[in-house]
Every structure is written in C-alpha cells, then in structure tokens.
Design a protein around this ligand. Sequence first.
Ligand SMILES: C[S@@+](CC[C@H](N)C(=O)[O-])C[C@H]1O[C@@H](n2cnc3c(N)ncnc32)[C@H](O)[C@@H]1O
Length: 247
Amino acid sequence: MAEQELYRKYARYYDLIYQWMDYHGESEFILMVVNRYKKSEGMNLLDVACGTGGHAQYLQKYFKILGLDINPEMLNIARKKLPKMEFVQGDMKKIELKKDFDVIICLFSAINYHTTLNELKNTFQRFYKHLKSGGVFIFDLGFCTENWEEGRMLVDAVVEGDLQLARISQSRLLDGVFNANFVFLVKEDGKMDFDIDQHHIGVFPTMKVRNILEKIGFRNYIYSGFSDILWDEKSGERPVFVCIKPL
Ligand SMILES: C[S@@+](CC[C@H](N)C(=O)[O-])C[C@H]1O[C@@H](n2cnc3c(N)ncnc32)[C@H](O)[C@@H]1O
C-alpha cells in the first residue's frame, strides 16, 4: 500500500460513505457569507480539494466553478456527476493557476491535509494570491485541538445492494499529526477485500490558524459549524473560517 493513498482505491465509495453530509446546507451557508462579505465584482469560484463535487453540484448555478483535486479518481467521479464543470488535477500546496478568483472554498476538512502550521501558511499565501481584492476564502477546520478526542473510534458502515462496507479508524495524535489508518472491509460481488488507507492529518489550534491568516492580510470571522453563529471554543462545533482579502 502506498503512503497517503487518499481514497485512490476507495474513491468510488466516497459518496456512499458520506451520504449523510449536508452539502446543500453548507452550500447555502457559502452563499450567505459570500453575499455578506464579497466586494469583488465577479462570480468565479475555485473549489480546492473538490473531491467528487459535493458542494459544486449546488453552487454551480450561482458561480463559474473550477474544481481542483490531487486525486484523479475523485476527479473522474466529479466529472461524470458534473459534466459541464471544469476540473483540474493539482496539489493545493503548489497551486499556481494563471487566474484569480472571487471566491475560494476548501471544505470538509481538506485543509487538514497540511501537517504543520508553516505548510499551512505557505498554502494560505498561495490562496491569497489567487483571490481578487474583495474576494472571500472559506474553509472548515474539521480537526482542531479544541475538539480533539484522543482514542476515539470512528466507524462508518454502509450496506447498499450487494455492497457491504465498513471503515474504522482511531484518533491518535503524535506531534500534532493524526496518522489516520482507515481500515476498510469491503464485501462486493460475494468477495471480501481488506486494505488500509493512510492519511496524514494536521490538528491545529484554531487561534493559531487565525493568527496566520491575519498576518497574511486576511480579515477573518470564524463561524460555528456552517451556522450563522460565531464560533466559541467550548461549543464543540467545527470552526468555519470566512476570510476576506481587503479591497
Ligand atoms: C475529505 S475530502 C473533501 C472533498 C470535498 N471538498 C468534499 O467536501 O466532499 C478531501 C479531499 O482533499 C483532496 N486532497 C488531499 N490533499 C490534497 C492536496 N494536497 N491538493 C489537492 N487536493 C487534496 C483529496 O483527494 C480529497 O478529495
């Protein structure tokens, strides 16, 4: 098994595993904060780490979207679901598109694929360069030190027709990094398969992330779990950052 396979073998199960995700509700939140804060004129949106296009399917009627992801299998699924949308394979850590955008989104913990604050700062600087003045960058910090529960077991199970799938992992933090070994058990066409999908996930203190964004030049607000309430570290909710590049 290669290091950091990142869904490659399991991309085709991604939408099944995450069928509980409220992509519609999160997209409504994005529209709300874009209407509230965006001062640039256009509606060009860059969906970084777009995965299978969960948000884009709802946002495409409002924005002209470019989806970027590192994983070709995820992109293939997104292309089939959203044939009119433009996608590009790429690494957000090296992003260098010859274009700037009114809105950049990076959702469902995708920003946690950075493992150090320095790495995160470099990517934020790249995003800043790719934003127009008055543009808005939105991301959620799905893994943060405030909400971390050491030793917690995460179990997802799906049964659909002939397919039975279980995915299990345990939260263990080492030097601020969650080396997540997602154990997959899949039974399909009567055959059992077993593998481990390895992800390196950075778990950051929310205020340190905020400080980095401020130093780069973003004005930012932290919302609580895609609701119109500002985040509070005792809430247990996911911090959702709305970052504005000043005019
Ligand atoms: C949890 S999924 C989120 C996908 C999508 N945003 C969603 O909401 O369903 C994380 C995505 O990040 C992508 N990814 C991880 N590291 C990346 C990188 N360095 N550059 C671009 N995409 C990356 C993975 O391929 C995967 O599609």
